[in-house]
Design a protein around this ligand. Structure first.
Ligand SMILES: [Zn+2]
Length: 169
């Protein structure tokens, strides 16, 4: 059994926190656009934002694979080579699901910083048909891969939960 380390805010710089808060603000904007309150961005090692996305999982505008993290990771992979993606971080308002953790793995992004844990999110969404949240921490997905992905989170969970207030009832 792989040991899963629960890191909270350890190792986060002020820049990390600013970028994570940016992803939370984008999740609020996503809700305001009528989408689910999730957002993510990819930034390089200097903190420059390479790509960002809000949730777009509802047809006909989007589709159920258009989670914010997957879209942001895919966009970043179209503009940066693998050696630079390895130095990038995906900041996300909620912990990546197994699909999005897969996208981080396959794009070669080296680090994930998330706010709301999947466990906490599951408590918010319950079995809502539009978001039947997995109970599968992203660290468990990454632990099965061949390439290391650093994970930091949960961080700022209360701030990240605010855009979900009243949404999933
Ligand atoms: Zn996802």
């Amino acid at each position: 059994m792989t040991r899963i380390t629960e890191l909270s805010g350890a190792g986060l710089s002020p820049l990390d926190l600013a970028l994570l808060r940016r992803s939370i603000a984008l999740s609020d904007e996503s809700r305001a656009r009528g989408r689910h309150p999730f957002a993510a961005l990819v930034a390089d090692a200097a903190g420059h934002i390479i790509a960002s996305a809000g949730n777009n999982s509802m047809p006909p505008e989007g589709d159920p694979t258009q989670h914010a993290e997957l879209v942001a990771a895919a966009q970043a992979a179209r503009v940066l080579p693998p050696e630079q993606l390895a130095g990038c971080t995906l900041y996300t308002s909620a912990e990546p699901c197994c699909m999005c953790a897969g996208a981080v793995y396959w794009t070669g992004i080296g680090r994930v910083v998330y706010a709301l844990s999947e466990h906490k999110l599951l408590g918010l969404t319950g079995d809502h048909p539009e978001n039947p949240t997995f109970s599968l921490p992203c660290r468990e997905v990454f632990a099965r891969g061949q390439r290391k992905v650093e994970v930091v989170g949960p961080v700022l969970e209360d701030e990240a939960a605010a855009p979900h207030a009243g949404f999933w009832q």
